[in-house]
Design a protein around this ligand. Sequence first.
Ligand code: HEM
Length: 465
Amino acid sequence: MTTTSNVLDRAKTIVTDKVQATIPVDRQVQAAHAVKKAKRRAGLETPLAFTEAPIPNPADVPLAEIDVSNPFMNRQGKWYPYFARLREEAPVHYLADSPFGPFWSITRYEDIQAVDSNPEVFSAEPYIVLGTPPMPAEMFIAMDPPKHDVQRKSVQSVVAPRNLKEMEGLIRERVQEVLDGLPTDEPFDWVERVSIEITGRMLATLLDYPYERRRELTRWSDAMGGSAEATGGTTHLDDLFTAGVELARSFTALWHDKAARRAAGEPDGFDLITLMQTSEDTKDLIKKPMEFIGNLALLIIGGNDTTRNSMTGGVFALNQYPDQFEKLKADPSLIPNMVSEIIRWQTPLAYMRRVAKEDVHFGGQFIRKGDVVVMWYASGNRDESKFENADALIIDRKNARNHMSFGFGVHRCMGNRLAEMQLRILWEELLERFDRIDVVGEPTYVQSNFVKGYEKMMVQLTPKA
Ligand code: HEM
């Protein structure tokens, strides 16, 4: 029987949903954009900008002045020599002044593991990059327990083993399509044609996002992760906020569309939005738009650069160590171990940032409450005390799986199995088709102190005879 209160409840829900669909979070993002621009116009805030200059050799820089946050370190091949010096001479290193403010660098494997495993002392709030992201977003990667745990739990079933099994066939088909469309008679850009394309397809699958619009996901993710203020990148403020507004609008519409289709009897899929709508904890998440958008953005950003650059990094590394490619062809059962080794060697995200919640003695240093502490995974993964001959790619390395590219503890990467599956499928399908994948020319690198990635890498394929 329909009661007045039921009718009122339904009416209220419809009105709330309507409001969310029309005024909602995109307006909040637009407002934040307007405030930011006004502050800049009034001179209350100076935008950061970086100009590339040659970086000296680490031995020529006083220890106290070493700044590994320079966004050109990777591009100039300088990060690893600098990290080697810090691990040796100052494994818990303080830089008093940088464009991102003062910060501690943790560079040894064991120390990084200790910091990452101690959220009681080292907080992931308010954000996990060195600088200050110009656009606010609520993401559980930058929340401490218990709030973090509740939010993570509500979305993690999207990458649960059963769900990954469901997705594997579709992901494989999509990888096959990409590889079968590649030219074999001329060089092409691997980043654009393979890494970005496959990652975009995977994200569209995960979110059940309109397939033909998958490049939007890549564009938003690139824009949101790449500002000068946050990571030393190149994204213009307007592009960043435009991406935020578009993302907010598209995902709000997707949520409502999905709800309508389910209400009309469409069977539930295994995508993220369906999982959110069918889970007790998140079925009303749309009513907390900043959290809803923040967590979707996290999945897109988390899954985008990382997997993409592992796809490019693997090909690049095997070109640097051709004997390893021969080893792989002779024994394709090495693929799963090689995937871990590629992720170690590449370390797609160079670090995560923490803030000390209390004064703490650590590694012979005194870290004060409020100090910024950066865990340099890129350095820990090259720590010789953990990985013998650490700079080399060794596809049958015994402890490759102990790499720290996925972090540790409560924030350990939620998408790690999905990323590994994606890379395994890629390499299985590549070995089926190609005898050689030659990198022809130096790759170009992303300007960032966070994403260790490639802009462009030209390759020439040789099909199997
Ligand atoms: C967290 C790396 C792929 C989603 C993280 C963290 C790292 C990381 C370093 C933070 C760990 C910490 O703070 O201790 C990587 C790498 C990847 C990858 C190297 C690929 C090779 C993915 C994919 C997805 C994803 C494919 C999802 C589609 C997430 C999420 C978090 C996270 C949601 C936050 C977890 C939390 O705070 O509890 N990832 N990631 N990642 N990653 Fe990944």
